[in-house]
Design a protein around this ligand. Structure first.
Ligand SMILES: [Zn+2]
Ligand SMILES: [Zn+2]
Length: 258
């Protein structure tokens, strides 16, 4: 990736900057695409919100650097020193383990997010670290990475630590990062993109989509999860779905409670 004689501090700087740019472009592209889709399917939803979106962009691009540095160090360590448990060889792990590894990564991310998120809703830490994210009222497709640097650090370290503990194929890691990116954007964009037969199916009742996370941005002290409703249900913090989003999606009044 870099010439072998490159001094380590310079190599880490170059790789961290490169990954920061990739994370920033990934955010701009994904949020931009879903903002364009929003303008088509919910015209006027973001009208008059230019100032909020500008603020979300600034915080998100700062977050991209905070995500880029640990990811860059891990990438460099993987390519040059084989430090991590990431593999590019499909046969290095059993076939059944590949989808299972995706679930492990998502579950651990979800668990870390749930508990750090609840912690950041304590009054002192909310003021210091989490108020930035809740300044978006209601959120938009650009809110996905709009975090205070302290909150960004809590999210940025999870996968870089996991790759030292839980083996994963590089393609499965790509799926994890794609799910994280797409769900981070779509859960904030202010409308439900999944059909009723998914959101209100037995499986859908355990998954977090925009209908669920919007309720967190409306009521604050509930619905703290990231991908799954497991911890919210186990800990009694699940308050169901956003009435506005469910109504606008045409999913029916009864659906809010489930
Ligand atoms: Zn949020
Ligand atoms: Zn919150």
């Amino acid at each position: 990736m870099l010439p072998a004689e490159t001094p380590v501090p310079l190599a880490l700087l170059i790789v961290s900057c490169a990954v920061t740019v990739i994370v920033a472009l990934r955010y701009l592209l994904t949020s931009g695409v879903f903002a364009m889709i929003t303008a088509r399917v919910r015209p006027g939803l973001y009208a008059g919100r230019g100032e909020q979106i500008g603020r979300e962009l600034r915080w998100s691009l700062l977050s991209a650097a905070i995500y880029g540095v640990p990811a860059g160090i891990v990438l460099w360590g993987w390519r040059h020193h084989d430090w991590t448990l990431i593999t590019a060889d499909w046969a290095a792990l059993p076939w059944w383990y590949h989808p299972f590894s995706v679930l492990i990564y998502l579950f651990v991310q979800d668990t870390c997010f749930y508990w750090s998120h609840r912690w950041m809703h304590r009054p002192k830490w909310f003021r210091i670290a989490h108020a930035v994210h809740h300044q978006s009222r209601p959120p938009t497709a650009w809110t996905a990475m709009s975090f205070h640097p302290i909150e960004a650090v809590t999210g940025a370290v999870v996968v870089p630590v996991l790759v030292f503990l839980v083996p994963i194929h590089i393609s499965m890691l790509g799926i994890v990062l794609t799910v994280a990116t797409v769900m981070g954007v779509t859960n904030h964009m202010g409308w439900e993109m999944f059909p009723r037969w998914i959101v209100h199916s037995p499986l859908g009742h355990w998954l977090i989509t925009a209908s669920h996370h919007e309720r967190h941005h409306e009521d604050y002290q509930c619905n703290f999860g990231l991908y799954f409703r497991l911890w919210d249900r186990w800990c009694g913090t699940d308050k169901g779905l956003s009435r506005r989003i469910v109504a606008e999606a045409g999913h029916g009044e009864q659906a809010v409670l489930s």
